[in-house]
Structures are given as C-alpha cells and as structure tokens.
Design a protein around this ligand. Structure first.
Ligand code: 3PG
Length: 399
C-alpha cells in the first residue's frame, strides 16, 4: 500500500516512522544528514496533502531511558531547514509533551517526537510490552506511514507492532529502497559484482552465503579481508582477525570455486605500525604482512584490479569501506573503489551503495549521491534484504 491508498489526508494525523539515526560530532552537529534528506519526500507529500504529520524515529542505542546525547533535537533542526518551515519538537515520545505538541499541530505542519528508544517498550523482546508501547503511539494518530527503511529489519514497536494498530502504508523511501534492492535479488544484469568491506566478517556471513548463489564476483576488502587471507594460510600480523571464522571462510572459498564465482582478494596491503592517522606505513604483498604490522587499506595494485572488475560489471552492490578511510593515509582503496562505481554508473550499470558507513565514506570523500545509481539508507536492513531474510517491518506492511 502506498500513501495514496490511505485516501484523503487533509486534517488527518499521520504518524511516520523515519530513520533519522544520523552520526553526530561531540558538539551534537550532524556529520552526515543523508537519512534526514531521504526522509523529506514522504513528509513533503503528506504536508502537501494537508496532513498533520507526527514523525517518530530513534538515534543510537539508548537503553530505554532518556540520555541527552541521544536526543533527536538536532534532527528536528535539520528537518526544519530542509522543509523550509519550523518542525515542532516534543521532548518525550508518548507523554505530556507529545500530546500537547500533536494537539497544536495544524494541517500541513510537522512535529518530531523525542527518541523512541528512550522508552523500554520500543525495543522490548516481550510482545506485550512492545504492544503496550505501540498502543500509546497509535493513540497519537489516525494512520501510519512506514518510511524508516534502515530499521525495517527490527521487530520493534514503531516498526512492526504499530502497523497492526493503524491503517498503514509504505512511504516513498521504503518503496524506492525495496524497488532497487529487488533488482539485485531477482535477475540482476550480469556480470554482477559485489564489493564487501568493513570491519567484521561475522556481520556479513549471511550475505556472503546468499551471494555465492547470485553474484558472479565477490571483491573483498576492509578489516574483514584478513580473515580471508588467514583462510588462505597467510600470516596477517596484527591486523583484525576473527580466528573463529577462518574455517567457515575457507569453506566459502571452496564453495565459490565449485560454483564458478570469483572471489577477488587483495594482492597488496597498506600495513601500518598502529591504528593511527600518522602511523608509519608501507605497501606489502598480501601474503607477507610483517608480524608487527596491521593492514589498514588495500594496496594500489589491488585497488586497480578491483576498479577494473567493477567497471566491467553491469550490476554492482557495495557495502563497507576498503580501509580505515577516515584517516587520509588509508583512504585510497575506498576512494578508488568509489570512483570505479561512479564510472560504472556513467556507463549504464546499476550501482548501489549500501550502509551508513559506506554512504558516509563516499560523501566524506567528496562524491555526490547522484554519482551512484542508489545510496541505500539501510546498513543492516539492506544486507538482510540481500540475504533473503524476512524483514518484520516489510512483512507487516504486506499482511
Ligand atoms: C542503522 O543505523 O542501521 C539503523 O538506524 C538501525 O539502527 P540499529 O542497528 O541501532 O537498530
């Protein structure tokens, strides 16, 4: 169901679940506003239709009680700038402030409620506790629009239970994200290359297993690559290593070979004396990382090989930086891979960047969202979608 299926909205109060989980610096400034921007089209559609719009969202992982550093107020300020009119802010989610704020909303106005996760019921594993919180939320509105794609993999009150309590629809962001990711899961144009990076291989096991059946090429970089190198029998020095996953990864390498899926690993690594921006570093062969060095980026030869493979693909999905990109000395691999995706986009390939970290990385490195086919706002959500898992926040909308 789309927003249009909710019927006339003028004067009706619509609760929107957005994903405004944005990175903040120590002074509370938003350092990447991608998710706030992505929430705007749905809010604009609702305000244009004359709805009274109540936005709810989370920030970080507070444990059910208010904490100033997790306040959503900065997101309310940024939303006001983007929408071009003031967004009201309620200092609680379902209490006095929320009730008063919603009561005074006019047609076409927007209010943002304080962090949902300041309430234990939001993330509770207990159905009754979550349901009770969803009941309270539902009393604020006449209809619900699910637009927080980044949280659809969470069975939480504002994502799942609420949709069983109000007339509901998927917002524009959820529709767009699902539409693009479906192109990756059903009949992607080939060659289909998947670039995986980031720190932990254990976060990516499900997606690797699923992709071994779907992709033609898997390019592996980032901290997780050292578990792959160890699986090939190489020493990895002091690099990140998940020893308990080595056997499993060895199994993937064998499985890939049997299926004719190419797993491309780096042949050179930028190895440093410490995890620090000014650490001494050098490029070493991937099979000869010195015992006292840690790999912090893929090397230039590997980056060139990765880029060639990406430029030759018709479909590319990328999740996870290739190195410690926030330090300039270790950003080159991520930069070269990002540029290759941009080139592939220009020559007509479908390119998708998934995940908060990768999205922040490409923006920090100076790329624009429009350089890519699609930048997903979902990290865990887009990976779980590609794993083929049932996502509670989507299945509840289809019920
Ligand atoms: C994300 O950052 O991926 C989403 O906002 C979900 O946040 P969570 O992992 O804390 O549930």
């Amino acid at each position: 169901r789309t927003i249009d299926d909710l019927g006339a909205l003028s004067g009706r109060t619509v609760l929107v679940r957005s994903d405004l989980n944005v990175p903040l610096d120590s002074e509370g400034n938003i350092t990447d506003d991608g998710r706030v921007r992505a929430s705007v089209p749905t809010l604009r559609q609702l305000t244009d239709a004359g709805a009274r719009v109540v936005v709810c969202a989370h920030l970080g992982r507070p444990k059910g009680t208010p904490e100033q550093k997790y306040s959503l107020r900065p997101a309310a300020d940024r939303l006001s700038e983007l929408l071009g009119f003031p967004v009201l802010f309620a200092t609680d989610t379902v209490g006095e402030s929320a009730n008063e704020t919603v009561d005074k909303l006019h047609k076409g106005q927007v209010a943002l409620l304080e962090n949902l996760r300041f309430n234990e019921g939001e993330t509770s594993k207990d159905d009754a506790e979550r349901g009770a919180f969803a009941d309270q939320l539902s009393h604020l509105a006449d209809a619900f629009v699910s637009d927080g794609f980044g949280v659809v993999h969470r069975k939480q009150a504002s994502v799942y239970d609420i949709a069983e309590r109000l007339p509901q629809a998927a917002g524009q962001l959820v529709q767009t994200e699902v539409g693009v990711l479906r192109q990756l899961t059903s009949k992607p144009q080939r060659p289909y290359a998947v670039v995986l990076g980031g720190a932990k291989v254990s976060d990516k096991l499900g997606v690797i297993e699923n992709l071994l059946e779907k992709a033609d090429l898997l390019l592996i970089g980032g901290g997780m690559v050292f578990t792959f190198l160890a699986a090939q029998g190489y020493e990895v020095g002091t690099s990140l290593l998940e020893s308990e996953q080595v056997a499993r990864v060895r199994g993937y390498l064998a499985d890939a070979e049997n299926r004719g899926v190419q797993i491309v690993l780096p042949t050179d690594i930028v190895a440093a004396t410490a995890f620090a921006a000014d650490a001494e570093h050098e490029v070493v062969p991937a099979d000869a990382i010195p015992a006292d060095r840690m790999g912090l980026d893929i090397g230039p030869e590997s980056a060139t090989r990765f880029a060639e493979a990406i430029r030759g693909a018709r479909t590319v999905f990328w999740n996870g930086p290739m190195g410690a990109f926030e330090m300039p000395a270790f950003a080159a691999g991520t930069q070269v891979v990002a540029q290759a995706l941009v080139d592939a986009t220009t020559s007509g390939a479908l390119t998708v960047v998934g995940g908060g970290d990768s999205a922040a990385a490409v923006r920090q490195l100076g790329f624009a969202d429009s350089d890519f086919g699609h930048i997903s706002t979902g990290g865990g959500a887009s990976l779980e979608f590609l794993e083929g898992k049932t996502l509670p926040g989507l299945s509840v909308l289809e019920a």
